[in-house]
Design a protein around this ligand. Structure first.
Ligand SMILES: [Zn+2]
Ligand SMILES: [Zn+2]
Ligand SMILES: [Zn+2]
Length: 202
């Protein structure tokens, strides 16, 4: 072995909204549980190896929660690039891979973040902040169970949050479904659903 192999891990800090890019050697990664903090000190990605699975805890700028994501250890250590996405927004919240592959993706994410409204300014953006948060967390649970799909057969979708509703758009055919998120009835509606089907365009 000539040079020690390194991995680049990147995420977006929900606290200071900066992209955090850290590099670790395979040796360092394998040695123990890895705490990879943002320089601001307010958030960190945790990486742990559980047999043949790598388990990551990623603080998410997009939805404000922490996602636990996993992948095969082999992929984590050797794949050119891996992207983990936020279950609520469908946006990439963590990248792992070779430096040259991860960097351009991080730049793209930064552009996405620039387009988002500021967290502070977002207060009052919704008809009812509490209902919206509850609806989003219900959606996240349905998504986590794999309950969101499109009639075209796709399970890839994007989420858009509006003033009093949320829409899910199929990434393959562009079909959409609108979920009202403005009042308690809307929340009751989504709470009793275990599946959401987007009506595809075909
Ligand atoms: Zn930070
Ligand atoms: Zn998220
Ligand atoms: Zn579709």
């Amino acid at each position: 072995m000539s040079e020690e192999k390194k991995r680049t891990i990147a995420y977006l800090c929900p606290e200071c909204r900066q992209s955090v890019i850290v590099e670790r050697s395979l040796f360092q990664l394998a040695a123990s549980r890895n705490h990879l903090p943002c320089p601001c000190g307010k958030s960190a990605v945790e990486v742990e190896f559980n047999g043949d699975r790598a388990v990551l805890e990623v603080p998410c700028l997009f939805c404000g929660t922490t996602h636990t994501v996993t992948c095969p250890t082999r992929d984590f250590l050797h794949r050119r690039a891996l992207a983990f996405s936020c279950a609520a927004s469908g946006l990439t919240c963590c990248l792992v891979g070779e430096e040259q592959a991860v960097f351009p993706e991080v730049r793209r994410l930064e552009e996405t973040v620039d387009k988002l409204p500021d967290r502070g300014k977002r207060e009052g953006t919704f008809l009812d902040e509490v209902i919206m948060q509850e609806v989003l967390s219900e959606l996240k649970e349905i998504a986590a169970r794999g309950g969101i799909s499109c009639t075209c057969g796709s399970k890839q979708w994007r989420l858009k949050v509006d003033y009093s509703s949320v829409s899910l758009t199929c990434a393959d055919c562009g079909g959409t479904i609108r979920i009202p998120a403005g009042c308690a009835d809307d929340l009751d509606d989504i709470c009793c659903k275990d599946k959401l089907v987007i009506h595809g365009r075909q």
